[in-house]
Design a protein around this ligand. Structure first.
Ligand SMILES: *Cc1c(COP(=O)(O)O)cnc(C)c1O
Length: 436
């Protein structure tokens, strides 16, 4: 019997990220300037991002090196284990083998620190002193605040109002790491003041908070903006997840039939899936099913249209070719804050359009039921976002039982749910309500 917990030594922390763009059969449509609608060049992005990340955004090199200082800090929590969910398999009475990559073991409790550290490092190299960002449920704000402190940078976080009120602990975590955090819409920016004038009780949205954080960076010389998902360089940094997982599955002597991740902006899904997709893109691997899972209440990939759209509400960001519900879309205030984004990663959208991956959407109720089933078998209480991946894994494990087939399922446990207990309480007391 193979180990339950498949671990790699620190010496096996990958030295390079995997750049999936290098293997695309058709090129990714370029990002367009919001006013001229011509492809954006480095000069357009320079007020917002450091040049090192702008280069990674468009790089066609097959790999990008991970700097020693970043690898060194990764050793705090990487390589993260892959677990075989034996108790869950038994409870489901399925012949399927279920594995999960455990990104919840990072100090901030999610995968987001992987890119936060890399982004902080590149900014630091270029003399940037302060990073501004937005955060939905708070995970990204925590990750960036932690990374900024470890790299000796200042951090300014605009947090979506509904989460700021519902989830005080992540806000306090940002402060604990020495970062600044305000509720968005705020009075600090024009975009925020405009939103407050329209609706003083605005619950905010990720798109609106992005508008505020970008405006903050544009107006200050010492500040750049950092994004926790969606962009090519963010997904690139997250491929460390899948690169490790490929080695770990090899150690387990298995190859997945399904690779599954929840999808908000696309980064944890891409991080696990992209290294596994290399074979499919090259035509050497055909049976692998790669599935992005989203909430029914924000069905970007399953119901959105693929077109050029803004990343924010105000229309300040470049236009990205992606599956989108429209940049004015404000999703209902469901608890899976990290999945409430109107758009998707252009890289993920391109793969979906090319039928290399699939998308599924599930209700919040079903996902919480599966999260609780998982917690009661495996011990870890998952983030409500990760619960979407868990639910899909369970759906496919039950299909395997019906078909009497031994399928191998690998999903990404993108984070733990320790700061989401209020949502669990709502579910357990039957007060969650339907979100679709
Ligand atoms: C932010 C977050 C997500 C969603 O973002 P992606 O970029 O789609 O990964 C999912 N799970 C957790 C735990 C998160 O913190």
């Amino acid at each position: 019997m193979t180990d339950n917990k498949i671990t790699l030594p620190e010496s096996e922390i990958p030295t390079h990220f995997y750049n999936i763009q290098a293997d695309f059969p058709t090129p990714l449509p370029p990002a367009l300037h919001p006013v001229t609608r011509k492809p954006v060049g480095p000069a357009d992005l320079a007020p917002i991002f450091p040049m090192g990340l702008i280069q990674q955004e468009v790089s066609l090199e097959p790999t990008v090196e991970i700097p020693d200082q970043v690898r060194d800090i990764y050793r705090l929590y990487r390589p993260s284990p892959v677990y075989r969910a034996r108790a869950l398999e038994a409870a489901l009475d399925t012949p399927a083998h279920i594995y999960y990559k455990s990104e919840h073991v990072s100090p901030v409790g999610s995968h987001k620190l992987n890119t936060a550290l890399m982004q902080a490092w590149v900014n630091k190299q270029e003399g940037v002193k302060r990073l501004s960002t937005e955060t939905g449920a708070g995970q990204w704000g925590c990750a960036l605040a932690c990374a900024c402190k470890l790299m000796d940078l200042e951090c300014m976080v605009y947090m979506v109002r509904v989460s700021y009120d519902q989830k005080p602990y992540r806000r306090i975590m940002v402060n604990t790491y020495g970062g600044n955090i305000v509720a968005s819409p705020s009075e600090l920016t024009e975009a925020g003041r405009r939103a407050l004038a329209e609706n003083p009780d605005s619950p905010g949205s990720l798109g609106l908070a992005i508008s505020e954080a970008v405006e903050d960076a544009i107006k200050r010389d010492d500040t750049k903006y950092a994004l926790g998902s969606v962009l090519n360089h963010v997904l690139l940094h997250q491929t460390i997840i899948g690169l490790e997982a490929m080695k770990q599955m090899e150690m387990a002597g298995e190859y997945p039939d399904y690779v599954i991740g929840c999808h908000g902006g696309g980064s944890n899904f891409a991080g696990l899936a992209f290294p596994f997709l290399k074979g499919r893109l090259k035509g050497t691997e055909s049976k692998l099913r790669v599935i992005a899972v989203e909430p029914l209440s924000c069905p970007t990939l399953t119901k959105g249209t693929r077109e050029y759209d803004f990343g924010d509400v105000a229309g300040n960001t470049p236009l990205l070719m992606m599956h989108t519900l429209g940049h004015k879309f404000i999703p209902p205030p469901v608890h899976t804050g990290g999945l409430r984004y109107h758009g998707s990663a252009p890289l993920v959208s391109h793969l979906l359009a090319g039928k290399f991956i699939e998308a599924e959407a599930y209700s919040q109720e079903d996902c919480f039921a599966s999260a609780i089933r998982f917690a009661q078998c495996e011990g870890t209480i998952p983030a409500p976002e990760s619960a979407h991946a868990i639910h899909s894994a369970i759906v496919h494990a039950l299909e395997a039982r019906e078909a009497g087939e031994k399928k191998v399922i690998l999903f990404n446990l993108s984070g733990h749910g320790h700061f989401d207990m209020a949502a669990y309480e709502k579910y357990l007391s039957g007060k969650m309500g339907l979100d679709a």
